[in-house]
Design a protein around this ligand. Structure first.
Ligand SMILES: [Zn+2]
Length: 79
């Protein structure tokens, strides 16, 4: 069975999480005062699952500082 992990509705933007291989799943505000969120630029260390409010799980990649909320985290290996 293949879960449909990648067809999340766009209105999940408010949760500020996303699923993209090799990039940290969290959004952060940039340091220049624009107030615009941007993708966390930290290098990915972990890969695991994140449970959305509705109970669905998405595959997420995380830097070391954003591991909280990642379930069954494992070390992400390059390639
Ligand atoms: Zn991060």
């Amino acid at each position: 069975m293949t879960p449909d992990l990648y067809d999340l509705p766009m209105d999940y933007y408010a949760d500020a999480v996303f699923s993209e291989p090799g990039r940290c799943w969290r959004m952060v505000y940039d340091g220049e005062g624009s107030g615009r969120p941007m993708h966390c630029p930290e290098p990915v260390v972990w890969v695991g699952n994140h449970r959305l409010a509705g109970g669905r799980q998405i595959r997420v990649w995380s830097c070391d500082g954003h591991r909280e909320g990642v379930e069954r985290a494992a070390v992400a290996t390059a390639g």
